[in-house]
Design a protein. Structure first.
Length: 625
């Protein structure tokens, strides 16, 4: 989704802003722009398409020199992806100074504000809500950008991460957030502000995360300007939008630059698929206590009594994380014997949900910034639920707003199609289930078995990855087909949903996932000669039933691809292609059986000539509704 990078310091801003924008490309965008404060005032460039287009435009611009600037990648919400709708947006103060603003989020009352500003004589060039904010800041400007931003944000309903600069204050950058992430990197003699740590890590790992309704004023300039001693000085100040001073802690980013670089892989998705064994190792590290036969989850220890006493679990998420949540629902009911429901966060938050006493709500999210799970979690907590997070991004909004949580620790996920985060989400939900189950009904013997099997998963995942090329060959044989089905039963049903999502989002092939038994209630009408049907069919309690479903597809000429348990030779008599996973207890199967489906989707996208890391219309983190 939209990305912000802003800089104030002692270096040239333009190359730094462009580098930052490139690091945010993975999030998805349709246009980009930047503004730099030069000795002649603001210089602005905006373009539709890739950051490389903007880069060429800036190269051809004369004198975009300056040490203060801001930049943006836009994912259209208000108005089409055009140059005039791209950020930064500007306005003119009464004193004749231009202000430039970049913004993530949505201003809900922008129409009312626009009417007010139009009556005041402001003329708008774009269809965006951001331009309204820029003009409002100008309208309220009385010589102090920080105060004007605070005043403007007091008038705004909606969500925002913003950065603003003004020609009258050539060494000052003001930024603020509510509901959209914004992080301030604190480097030597400079500050780098970004909506995503990926744009900061090459400069510094020291960061400040703003909270909602907070405004930061960042200044960097020659000493005579700031009167602070030394040749170049920096100043930093945080307040609320009501101008109440707040103190913010400096924390350390929990990843290194190389983790967000391709390191020889062709795509981030490729890299992240292969990182999965290590992602599992990191997710499990220190959490399996074989000696005392228990799961150690420090992040939950304060609430262990509430968790054990819980009468109901609600899991909420979107997309891939929702599929992980569905598996969590099965795990909690099956192993911990607690009623559990996984719901789309976007539905849950608006359906006036009944939260009974002793309910635990778990928000599952890779980014920790997705708008709907965040809102669903707030809704559940306001109605009395204990709020737990299963989140990857350390320090993200969901992580900070929960009562307690468990980090996935799978490392930064850059690929737009989520892969290793899914494994982390299912693993964490398994750990939570065992953590509670052990304190409720589960015998030591059962817990011991799971601990042992969990420990083996990283090596097992490595074995599945060995089929990368053969899965590619199998994909080649049916990639020309435009409609696919993914079927599974029990724990393997959410995996089927995830397989279908992976395929459609990066290869643009239409795919549907469903419980295998549901196929007979309508979708079987779609089956014709050669239609690919992927069965997630490792051996387990419903294996025989799945085999019957496979027969039904074959009888109608469908092409069967199956994920099966190693050693199951019989299935090759029924399926045209078989991908194998090592034998593990049923509840752990999704962690392995999803891997061949990710690989299949990856190959299908490449074979169809698509850019796997930049799928059309998609954003990595959906921070608006
Ligand atoms: C699919 C995908 C999305 C995300 C969803 C939730 O590959 O990446 O469906 O899973 O947008 O994102 P997070 O987990 O960041 O809340």
């Amino acid at each position: 989704m939209c990305g912000i990078v802003a800089y104030v310091g002692n270096r040239q801003a333009t190359p730094l802003l462009l580098e930052g924008l490139k690091r945010l490309e993975y999030r998805g965008y349709d246009s980009a722009g930047l503004a730099v404060m030069t000795p002649d005032g603001l210089k602005i460039a905006r373009s539709v398409g890739r950051v490389s287009v903007l880069e060429t435009m800036v190269e051809n611009m004369d004198a975009a020199d300056g040490t203060l600037g801001l930049a943006h990648t836009r994912w259209a919400t208000h108005g089409a992806p055009t140059e005039y709708n791209a950020h930064p947006h500007t306005g003119m103060t009464r004193s004749g100074h231009r202000v430039a603003v970049v913004h993530n989020g949505t201003i809900e009352n922008y129409a009312t504000l626009k009417k007010y500003l139009t009556e005041k004589g402001q003329v708008f060039d774009s269809e965006t809500d951001t331009e309204v904010l820029a003009k409002l800041i100008c309208e309220l400007y009385q010589g102090d950008l920080e105060k004007a931003v605070q005043a403007a944000l007091r008038e705004v309903n909606g969500t925002y991460g913003i950065a603003a600069i003004c020609e009258n204050e050539p060494h000052t950058l003001v930024c603020a957030r509510k509901g959209a992430p914004l992080i301030i990197g604190v480097a030597d003699k400079s500050y780098v502000v970004a909506s995503d740590a990926a744009a900061i890590i090459s400069h510094t790992s020291q960061v400040i995360s703003l909270d909602d309704h907070q405004v930061a004023k960042l200044c960097a300039g020659p000493e005579d300007r700031l009167g602070d001693g030394g040749p170049w000085s920096v100043q930093f100040k945080t307040t609320t939008i009501d101008n109440i001073p707040v103190t913010q802690e400096v924390t350390r980013l929990d990843f290194e630059l190389e983790q967000i670089e391709l390191s020889g892989f062709k795509h981030f998705m490729h890299k992240e698929i292969f990182e999965q064994p290590d992602a599992l190792r990191n997710c499990l590290r220190g959490r399996l206590d074989h000696r005392d036969c228990r799961v150690v989850l420090g992040g939950l220890s304060r609430y262990s009594r509430e968790l054990v006493r819980a009468k109901r679990f609600i899991l909420t998420a979107q997309g891939t994380a929702y599929h992980a949540g569905l598996i969590g629902e099965y795990l909690l009911e099956d192993l911990a014997k607690i009623p559990a429901r996984c719901e789309y966060a976007s539905e849950f938050r608006y359906r006036n949900p009944i939260i009974e006493p002793d309910t635990v709500a778990i928000a599952i999210s890779q980014s920790g910034e997705t708008a709907d799970p965040l809102a669903a979690l707030r809704e559940a907590r306001d109605r009395g639920a204990l709020a737990i997070g299963a989140v990857n991004a350390v320090g993200s909004t969901i992580a900070r707003e929960t009562d307690a949580g468990v980090y996935l620790h799978v490392g930064p996920e850059i690929g737009v199609a989520s892969t290793k985060a899914f494994l982390g989400q299912v693993t964490v939900l398994t750990l939570i289930t065992l953590y509670i189950g052990k304190r409720r009904f589960l015998s030591d013997e059962v817990v011991r078995t799971y601990l042992r099997e969990l420990e083996r998963l990283p090596n097992y995942a490595e074995r599945v990855l060995e089929q990368f090329d053969s899965i590619g060959k199998a994909t080649e044989r049916c990639v020309d087909r435009d409609n696919w089905l993914f079927l599974g039963r029990g724990y393997n049903y959410p995996t089927a949903l995830e397989g279908a999502l992976k395929l459609k989002e990066i290869s643009y092939i239409h795919a549907e996932g469903m419980p295998a038994a549901e196929m007979k209630h309508g979708p079987i009408a779609l089956i014709d000669k050669g239609m690919p049907v992927v069965f997630v069919a490792p051996q387990g309690s419903q294996y025989d039933k799945v085999m019957i479903n496979i027969e039904e597809i074959r009888a109608r000429g469908g092409r069967v691809l199956a994920v099966a348990t190693e050693g199951d030779q019989a299935i090759s008599n029924y399926a045209d292609e078989v991908f194998y996973i090592p034998s593990v207890p049923e509840p752990l199967q999704p962690i392995l059986s999803v891997i061949p489906l990710q690989i299949l989707a990856y190959h299908a996208a490449l074979l169809r000539g698509h850019d796997v890391d930049k799928p059309r219309n998609l954003a990595k983190s959906v921070t608006v509704e």
